[in-house]
Design a protein around this ligand. Sequence first.
Ligand code: G3I
Length: 387
Amino acid sequence: MKMSPSRRTALQALALAAGGVALPGFANPAGSEPTLDQLARGPSLDALARMKGLRFGSTLGSLGRASRFHDTAYRELTGRECSVLVAENETKWPQMRPDPNKPYDFRAADEMFAWAKSRGMALRGHTLLWLEAKWLPGWLNALNYGSGDGEAARRMLDDHIRTTCSHFGDSIESWDVVNEAIAPETGELRRNVFSAPIGGVEQIDLAFRLARQHAPKAQLVYNDYMSWGGGNNARHRTGVLKLLTELKRRGTPVQALGIQGHIGANPSEAPAQRTAEWRRWLDDVMALDLDLLITEFDVNDKGLPADFSQRDAIVAAAARDWLDVTLAVPRLNRFLCWGLGDKYSWLHDFDPREDKLPKRPLPYDDQLRAKPLRTAIADALRAMPAR
Ligand code: G3I
């Protein structure tokens, strides 16, 4: 049987991880990555994407412990590789309106978006309604609507979506209207402050209708992190498909599914079955007449070997496998990473490694040197069918 290059690289890395000897004929995968100078002379990831009819992008942010937007080298790398920008946190409800007694604060998003526009980049908005209560403003969660006060709750949602969409206007080409509505543990809808007064699916339907009204030209997206594999991911996929089916049945103006793409790199899962199930699920989504985006791609290196070279090879192989299947969907037209360099990845805080070593989930390392993951993404873009 012919083995794909990505699988060979993963096997080699695993052999090394197990203390084995490198398979003959394989160079150190980290040794062959192009330098920044070489990359600058070659096509950007966005240029490779455009050759196939899609656009490549990433996220920047300025809030929190370190501003990657104000890190000039990081920002310039984003400008060079990407033609789509999404704010990592700056267009979220709690960040724009931490205090209900004060007006919305759009300054952080405006500053980044002005830069992106000056570079001719398209903008994605993330996110108008993040269903999980812990990511809604604390003051909003503290409101007690009760089940009878649907009107006040609807007014609150209307005020938020109208204020936000009106501020950014047509500059945002695509909005993640609703984010992460399904609990992976159950496949059911999450509950929040709007569940009793408005309803579960009803608040999602309403958010899309308000977004259509206040951002008439934007693509309206449902965004979530279900991926391939069994367990919670399987339940998550089922729940998301059920939700999308119901939204379509109701005539909700949802136009696309955003697949976040926060994938793992566990080579022990049965690859053929995993791939077949994922492909089937993507087909089911496509049957609902939706466009597709990858909105937040990165590869969690949890449980992988400490050695950078081995780890990077497994991460790159996992990415290539997943991207080959996902990018094959003809209606997928945007591909965004959740950052380009490891230094600022959310995973350092949210899912640190047990050995406390730095995470390496993104295409560039802490010094912004390209890693095998950058090559894997470029190769996947070169190999994918044109649309
Ligand atoms: O802005 C405040 C700052 O004022 C405060 O001093 C500081 C104290 O902790 O917190 C700052 O906010 C943090 C924010 O990031 C900005 O750095 C929040 O605590 C922190 O929870 C927030 O984390 C973000 C998380 O979403 C929750 O919003 C991550 O950076 C961001 O990468 C992550 O992104 C999500 C996507 O939106 C949805 N999909 C999954 C993805 C990864 O979790």
